[in-house]
Structure formats: structure tokens, C-alpha cells
Design a protein around this ligand. Sequence first.
Ligand code: NAD
Ligand code: TYD
Length: 348
Amino acid sequence: MKNILVTGGCGFIGSNFIRYLLDESDFTGRIVNADKLTYAGNPENLSGIAEKFPKRYEFVKADICDPDAMSEIFETYSIDAICHFAAESHVDRSIAEPDAFIKTNITGTFNLLEMARRYKDHIMLFHHVSTDEVYGTLGADGFFTEDTPYSPSSPYSASKAASDHLVRAYHKTYSIPVTLSNCSNNYGPYQFPEKLIPLMILNALEEEPLPVYGDGRNIRDWLYVKDHCKAVWTIMKEGRRGETYNIGGRCEMYNIDVVRMICDLLGQIKPGGKSGRHLITFVKDRPGHDLRYAIDFSKLEKELGWTPAESFETGMKKTIQWYLDNPGWISRVKSGEYLSWIERHYDQ
Ligand code: NAD
Ligand code: TYD
């Protein structure tokens, strides 16, 4: 793989992946980052990268749903592999306004698969990044395996499920070399503060209420973003083509315990800090709220030797420290200044 197209590289996981691949992995080729720069795409997530890797990094502002724009990228940069992160990714937004989820997650993925079909002679791999939410919810016991039947609950997870099926169909029908990964909830640097962990950190820092849905007894399995990036790269290099690999953090937590832990760690780490537990506010539950996610990633562990390096405590300390160290990033995200920057640079 010499010229990898990363879609959605200005988002949370995509930007961590690009940093990891260029700066810390054994990859020696070039990355082309195609991102539409929605509210979730922030060029600042990759600050310093274009300067540090002028010959190995290109950014193109483009919509994955636009066939002409994608075709131009495949031609111009001789793309030989795709790592597909671009998506609308937030469950609550999908409940309020599903439209963009159907367009980007389903039609956008279809469009990229068509490109892989058109340029099949050059394409070594199409890696599709997906979620454990396609499997629906677990009860108190058990784990999702790669064979768990799909049963998505939200427009977000249904759109991701559709995209997974398309990727597998393109492998079976057109022999496109694909791999898929379905991972649990990520956390870490550069996560947009609409998701649970950054939202709670930022609200606690501002002494604002910490809204916990329902009784806070829903369970998620937390995966530190760099562990996820390493897993994706391992699968891209060594995963069997046509296969799906689950990725998990071996870290199941009740939401309420996550929020309490953030409050307590902030109290310890922040100079002069105190626990923000008094800010916890139980609010109306999310419709269709999945009770529990837990991942069996033994296939990835046994076949490719990957295992998460971070415990929840070590990952959470790093995450909180990152937000404390980056007040400028926080204020530009919260004020929407990054969006005006994008408008000035790209949309005139
Ligand atoms: P994110 O919302 O932070 O970033 C998404 C990126 O995609 C943004 O940069 C956005 O501008 C870009 N994008 C959106 N629509 C686009 C379009 N039409 N064309 C081009 N770019 C577009 O998302 P994330 O949390 O980094 O998630 C990345 C991927 O990982 C997604 O596919 C998501 O489903 C999957 N995933 C995320 C998690 C998680 O916990 N965050 C867990 C499992 C799977
Ligand atoms: P989220 O970060 O939105 O990820 P996902 O819905 O994809 O799992 O939410 C994680 C969990 O936290 C989920 O059970 C919903 C809950 N949650 C809250 O309790 N309060 C909040 O403000 C948010 C955003 C999420």
C-alpha cells in the first residue's frame, strides 16, 4: 500500500489514525485525506501534519457522495488502498435528523465501493471502519462476536449496518479485496464534545450540568483511540481479505460510573480541582437506547496478535490531560470558530 485514501480524516478517529500512521507506524507511503468538513471535521485536528510530512500527506476537501470528486482523487493520486472512516457518527443526531446518515453512510460508502470497482486493477484493499452498534443490544450476559446477527436500533447503526452489507457484497460479487472492523466506543484526544466522555469533561470544567440519560445503567465497552488505530492498521496489513474483525477495549462500564470517574479524576488532576459529582443530572432517556455493548475480540487477538494497551484508567488520565492541555482547541470548537475558519479557507 503506497497511496492510501483515508476518508473522514479530519474527524476524531480519522485524525488520530493519520497521526499514528505517519508518525508512529511502519507505513512509508502517502496519505490522501478526503473530508467534507462537516461540523465534525476539524482541520485543526491535524495541525502540524502537512508541514511535517509535505511529501506524504495531502488534504482534499471533498464529499464521498460526489462521484466526480472521488474519481479525480483516485486518478490524481494513484490510490491503491482505502481506509474508510467518513460517516455521520452521532446516535442522537441520527434520531433527530436521519437524512445525512442515509446519504453519507450508505450512499457515500456505495460510491466509494464503485470507485474501488472502477479502479480494481490498482486497489489492494478497501478497509471499512464500522461499529459494534450494528449488532443491536446485549442483555446482562454475553458478547458480540463476528457471527452475531445484525439488529441495529438507531438510524445511525442501521445506516452503518447497510454499509457493512454493501462492503461484503462487493467482495463476494466483484472480488474487491476488503476487510471490515466493528469496534466499541472510542475515547481520547480530538473527540468532538457531543459524545459522552468529552462532553462530560468539558461540562465539568465549566461547572455545567452533566446530563446522564435514564438511570445511567447502560453499559458501553471503552476503547482508547490509539489502540483502535493500531488495530485498524494491523488488520489492513495482515487481516484476511473478506473478513470482519471485532475490536474492543475489554472495558465494560456503566455510564454513571464513567461520569463519576471523570469527575473524580478531574478533581485530582486539575490544579486546585474538586470533584464535580454534584453536577450529575439524570435526564430523559434516549429513544431506543441500547442497554449493553460488549465485544469478544478473540479473533483479532488470536489471528493477528492485537490486544488493547490502555486500561480505562490510563486511557482516561491521558484523555483528561489532553483536554486540560488544549484550551485553545476547546474554545475554538465550542465557539464554532473552526467552522468560520473552514468557510474562509474553502467555501468562498
Ligand atoms: P467523527 O464524526 O468524529 O468524524 C467523521 C468525519 O467524517 C468528519 O471529519 C466529517 O467531516 C467527515 N465526513 C462526514 N460526512 C462526510 C462526507 N459525506 N464526505 C466526506 N467526509 C465526511 O467520527 P469518528 O468518531 O471519528 O468515527 C469515524 C468512523 O468510526 C465512523 O465510520 C464511525 O461510524 C466509526 N466508529 C466510531 C466510533 C466512536 O466511538 N467514535 C465507534 C465505532 C465506530
Ligand atoms: P455516545 O457517546 O453518544 O455514544 P453511543 O451512543 O454511540 O454509544 O453515548 C455513550 C453512552 O452515554 C450512551 O449509552 C448514551 C449515554 N449518554 C448520556 O448518558 N449522556 C449524554 O449526554 C450522551 C451524549 C450520552
